[in-house]
Design a protein around this ligand. Sequence first.
Ligand code: FAD
Length: 416
Amino acid sequence: MRYSGFRVLQQAMTGHKGWQPAWRDPDPKPHYDIVIIGGGGHGLATAYYLARQFGQANIAVLEKGWIGGGNVGRNTTIIRSNYMLDGNEPFYEFSLKLWEGLEQDFNYNAMVSQRGILNLIHSDAQRDAFTRRGNAMILNGADAELLTAEQVRREYPFLNFNNARFPIKGGLAQRRGGTVRHDAVAWGYARGADRRGVDIIQHCEVTGFRIENGICRGVETSRGFIGAGKVGVAVAGNSGRMMAKAGMRLPIESHVLQAFVSEGLKPVLPGVITFGAGHFYCSQSDKGGLVFGGDIDGYNSYAQRGNLPVVEDVAEGGMALFPGLGRVRLLRMWGGIMDMSMDGSPIIDRTHIDGLYFNGGWCYGGFKATPASGWCFAHLLATDTPHPTATAYRFDRFERGRMIDEKGMGAQPNLH
Ligand SMILES: Cc1cc2nc3c(=O)[nH]c(=O)nc-3n(C[C@H](O)[C@H](O)[C@H](O)COP(=O)(O)OP(=O)(O)OC[C@H]3O[C@@H](n4cnc5c(N)ncnc54)[C@H](O)[C@@H]3O)c2cc1C
């Protein structure tokens, strides 16, 4: 069923009795050409682009829980391409361009809102660093704009410009950045993939790989063995555990990241703002809640919930920037598991096992990457060659010392 304004009107006139499920609930077949493990944003986007771009039809996505239950439905919804390094910027700009046409492409309202993102500047040295970053973005075909404190004040008059420790001296704006309704992205890709014949199998946990003579022949699951020509792993925070079943030890640690939503307010925040002197970022949802987050919890965990010290830390960052936040009640909070790589950048690569491919290491920034990650992983699975924007995302960069360390923090996930 194609969605359109006409369809909504037609359904309204007939008691909304004609809507069909957005995707089927098939039983697994004994064998697929390609099996994707993980029904998060990246796994579903991969299946969608495999079917749409690369003409593959015999594909399954295996999800241990339900569609949208992982990080794709837990993030703070920010999209942007304000990266600096060559390995990263073309990839994230490709992703932002895909977001711009995504809703028309998969015929689903994902509430893509290019309301802009503003990284605040608090010192002269930071202005220099952000100027350099903005120039790198422009050279890579992205948009960037350096704002003075007065320009920031016109857009965000309630910020604490004269904070003694962290005065606001300007900002780096990317007007094409913004927010997207996170779970709708999973639903849109799931529906789009299903319409092209992909089997989306929920409540099907992969418990192991069947590897014979160095070739991956399929996966063991809670619903039996499923044979596969190729297996693509896209399980985000569970990457370490999953690949250990294939005997691989990854340069990835799993950490918790929390998100927070306040009570609904009248429109106050026109775009996304980030604090430049600590880790705090905030936007306002269309329902009025302030959606914000900060640092990871800092210890390794697979639990999808966090701890109170980080709540205090995030609230302190918010208050330094936005003192009025102290009057707002916090309504909801939750956690997700981050696949933190050692240089803060992802991996989209083949493994040393024939037929086994890996996508992960997204840290706390993989939502914005969803369309490009899906496209590039599909490209790799279909053609066995990396997509031109993802050539740097290889396993061997850790061995060869060719890290893509965007923040220059070194191999410490809790500092990214
Ligand atoms: C609080 C928070 C805020 C964030 N904010 C942002 C943001 O503002 N912008 C941004 O760009 N990124 C953000 N991120 C990061 C982003 O959400 C993730 O990097 C991205 O969603 C990860 O990819 P995914 O969608 O495929 O992951 P997931 O949705 O987690 O998908 C992985 C799936 O694999 C499944 N799985 C795991 N093991 C198995 C198994 N054995 N068998 C079958 N299935 C399995 C899981 O159940 C899960 O559904 C945030 C994350 C969190 C938690």
